[in-house]
Write a protein that binds this ligand. Structure first.
Ligand code: C6P
Length: 404
């Protein structure tokens, strides 16, 4: 059960007015709002703890290090990773994917193959294209269908003895589709390929168990998890992280440096060059505690109800077409009304205090598939309400009237 009024009181920004109207925040897939405990955690860090980590013998540095490493352990437990050093703290999901893609430069050979899904965010396409250009590896695409589901019957044909890596999102940011990653991972492993799961959109709704899934890599963005911007997670199996070379050189990631030779630090430090976002990582730990306090089953159940209500309500608007009608979806509705440009709808909604995202959502291949320039995307969170969906419905009716 979700006590939505109590929860809303935790998020100060939900009291904001936009153009004189109470804010309706339906852009949660872009970034989530932050509860007061997370905001307080950042302030408390700079008030009582600020020091650089892993460096000082002084007490404050020790305090900061303990808080930072404590957060890593919270994240490890949350993802059920076997070891805390399998959690690499990054600046975001994009950074996490780039660490792996860059690492594969030394592992992938010309003519070997990698598989991407047709519904990826650009962050899970471009780094791999760059990798393929550099290595001469071949990028193959697992197609999607009209409902916005992956065509799994094609997967078997794509997987060959040359496949080295498969990378797919757990949940599509543009459509909300929950992809069958268990099957994707299982079959990739049988073919001898490793799998990276982009969990940027799943983690706010689903608690992943990386050991049960068997994922080789799983990435997430802290800012979509009620944490601050500038923090991300890369989970990697120890055996893989050991094989990958470091992504960046600098302080903290070394064992010994001389002008003749440098040796690298053990995991996780090998991938954490430079001073990290210490306050952000600590605040992400607080955010994860906060979300687990509510419970991911409760979050998913409530958001499912919001999605069903919104789908039914928006479906009443003549000419409104929803893109992404997969059987398994998170609370995202991507749509257009007739041939009205999504940007125009988004601008009118904004005048009413309603925040949605418009455009291609950094998933241009998905838009190309549907032969549209973009969509309006309303993405819901556990702090949204049925009344807010009613306001979206009314706003859309008004926008349609004004723009038709
Ligand atoms: N999607 C959206 O509005 P970063 O920017 O590194 O925190 O996350 C990148 C990213 C990677 N994968 C998926 C599936 C994503 O959805 C995102 C971010 C936001 O859909 C901002 S573009």
């Amino acid at each position: 059960m979700i006590a939505v009024d109590t929860i809303r009181a935790d998020f100060p920004i939900l009291q904001e007015k936009i153009h004189g109207q109470p804010l309706v925040y339906f852009d949660n897939a872009a970034t989530s709002q932050k509860p007061q405990v997370v905001i307080d955690s950042i302030s408390a860090y700079y008030t009582t703890t600020n020091a650089n980590i892993h460096r000082g013998v002084h007490s404050l540095s020790q305090r900061a290090t303990d808080a930072y490493e404590g957060s890593r352990i919270k994240i490890q437990k949350h993802f059920n990773a076997a070891k805390s050093h399998e959690i690499i703290l990054t600046s975001g999901a994009t950074h996490s994917i780039n660490i792996v893609a860059a690492g594969f430069r030394t592992l992938l050979k010309k003519g070997e193959e990698v598989i991407v899904s047709a519904m990826e965010h650009h962050s899970n396409i471009v780094p791999w294209q760059m990798l393929c250009e550099e290595t001469g590896a071949v990028l193959k695409v697992l197609p999607m269908n009209e409902e916005g589901e992956l065509v799994m019957e094609r997967y078997g044909d794509l997987l060959t003895e040359k496949t080295r890596l498969v990378f797919v999102n757990h949940v599509s940011n543009a459509l909300g589709t929950i992809n069958p990653i268990e099957d994707i991972i299982d079959r990739a492993h049988k073919a001898g390929a490793a799998v990276l799961i982009d969990g940027a959109q799943s983690c706010p709704h689903i608690r992943p168990d990386v050991q049960a899934l068997g994922a080789d890599f799983y990435v997430a963005a802290g800012h979509k998890l009620c944490g601050p911007t500038g923090v991300g997670i890369l989970y990697g199996k120890e055996s893989w992280l050991d094989k990958l070379p470091p992504y960046q050189g600098g302080g903290e990631m070394i064992q010994e440096v001389s002008f003749e030779k440098t040796t690298y630090a053990d995991l996780p430090h090998k991938f954490e060059a430079g001073t990290p976002n210490i306050a952000g990582v600590i605040a992400l730990g607080t955010a994860i505690d906060y979300l687990n306090g509510i419970g991911f089953e409760n979050i998913a159940a409530y958001e499912d109800r919001l999605l069903a209500y919104a789908t039914e309500k928006l479906g009443q608007i003549e000419g409104l077409k929803i893109y992404g009608t997969a059987a398994r979806k998170t609370a995202v509705i991507s749509f257009n009304i007739g041939d009205i440009h999504p940007y125009d709808i988004g601008s009118i909604l904004d005048q009413m205090g309603i925040a949605v995202r418009t455009g291609h959502h950094c998933a241009q291949p998905v838009m190309d598939f549907y032969k549209i320039p973009g969509t309006v995307r309303a993405s819901f969170s556990f702090y949204n309400t049925y009344e807010e969906i009613d306001r979206l419905y009314k706003g859309l009716c008004k926008a349609k009237e004004m723009l038709s």
